[in-house]
Write a protein that binds this ligand. Structure first.
Ligand SMILES: C[S@@+](CC[C@H](N)C(=O)[O-])C[C@H]1O[C@@H](n2cnc3c(N)ncnc32)[C@H](O)[C@@H]1O
Length: 316
């Protein structure tokens, strides 16, 4: 009975906020119209990475660069504008890597399928790792981090851009249910029931993620009781901090506030341990492998053993 009331309340809230398009920007709504629009939207995210790499002093130019979690390679391809010595994109999604190889591979960019617990790269073969919008999806972040340490050369760095689980829209359901912190205020079961209902209404506008490869509308989305942890690891900022501490990396975490003027007052909250979890819009992390940075890039040969084909995961 109480659950029914909660579900009704969340449904009404979601309906109201959906009509105001609260969960996503206009550019993102446009990006989700079709695959091509989405690809160019992702490619443009390179400017955010450029700004963060510059501000946080992560070197990219003339380095051997790895894009960890490159999906279909659209963003990786844009990283060419950073003038890297070489560029490698890896992802556990074999279909996405196939697309990346068809569309973006060339003499200066290569793509490889990665394992869920092993990177397909030789020890100390990379100078800089960039991983944008990926670590919240990684099922075994501590294991992948130690793999990153292995493949980085001494003095190498890693730039991670990710989200914490108490971000208002962390469950990646904004296009269906744009209710901030719904996953904190309601059980995941109720949240997903509401998503299922909204998905069937006549006011819900389907996006590219709602259609299968043949262009058919997927009939039974959100058909689970809680957010699958092989899709989102539900890490808080403090969980990232913990695994960074347990690694051999030196690290810094830079939480960012929401950019709207109305959210300017939240800036001091980003220094308060629990509150920062709720008011951080994005987390940039810089991890450095101790040692001296090498001066001249050297050719790279993969010696990592092949691993079984990994489970694919999908972008939001
Ligand atoms: C939201 S997409 C981001 C794609 C790309 N970085 C971009 O910004 O366009 C997240 C990607 O991370 C990939 N991923 C998840 N876990 C991974 C892992 N352990 N190793 C490599 N890629 C992973 C997923 O397959 C997915 O393609």
């Amino acid at each position: 009975m109480l659950d029914k009331l909660r579900e009704g309340l969340l449904f009404q809230l979601a309906k109201t906020l959906y009509k105001r398009n609260l969960g996503q920007s206009e550019e993102m709504t446009a990006a989700l119209e079709d695959r091509e629009a989405y690809e160019s939207y992702r490619a443009e995210c390179v400017e955010k990475i450029r700004e963060a790499a510059h501000r946080l002093a992560v070197p990219v130019s003339q380095r051997d660069v790895l894009d960890l979690g490159c999906f279909d390679g659209a963003l990786t391809s844009s990283l060419k504008t950073f003038d890297p010595a070489s560029l490698t994109g890896i992802d556990i999604d074999a279909d996405a890597i196939e697309t990346a190889n068809i569309k973006f591979a060339g003499p200066d960019v290569e793509f490889r399928v990665s394992g869920t617990d092993r990177l397909p790269l030789a020890d100390e073969s990379i100078d800089t790792i960039i991983s944008y919008d990926v670590f919240e999806h990684v099922e075994t972040p501590a294991q992948i981090l130690s793999e990153c340490y292995r493949v980085l050369r001494p003095g190498g760095s890693m730039l991670i851009g990710t989200w914490g689980w108490y971000h208002p829209f962390a469950p990646h359901l904004w296009s269906v249910m744009p209710v901030p912190w719904a996953h904190v205020l309601f059980s995941e079961r109720i949240m997903l029931r509401v998503c299922r209902r909204i998905y069937q209404t006549d006011w819900y506008q389907p996006n590219m993620h709602d259609f299968d490869k043949n262009g058919e509308r997927i009939p039974d989305k959100f058909n689970y009781e809680s957010i699958p942890t092989d899709y989102l690891n539900k890490f808080l900022i403090r969980d990232f901090e913990r695994i960074f501490q347990q690694s051999e990396f030196d690290f810094q975490i830079h939480p960012e506030r929401f950019s709207s003027r109305a959210a300017a007052w939240t800036k001091p909250l980003l220094r308060v341990p629990v509150l920062k979890e709720f008011f951080t819009s994005y987390i940039w992390c810089v991890l450095s492998k101790p040692g001296n940075v090498r001066q001249t890039p050297s050719p790279r040969i993969s010696t990592a053993p092949e691993r079984p084909v990994p489970q694919p995961s999908s972008c939001p």
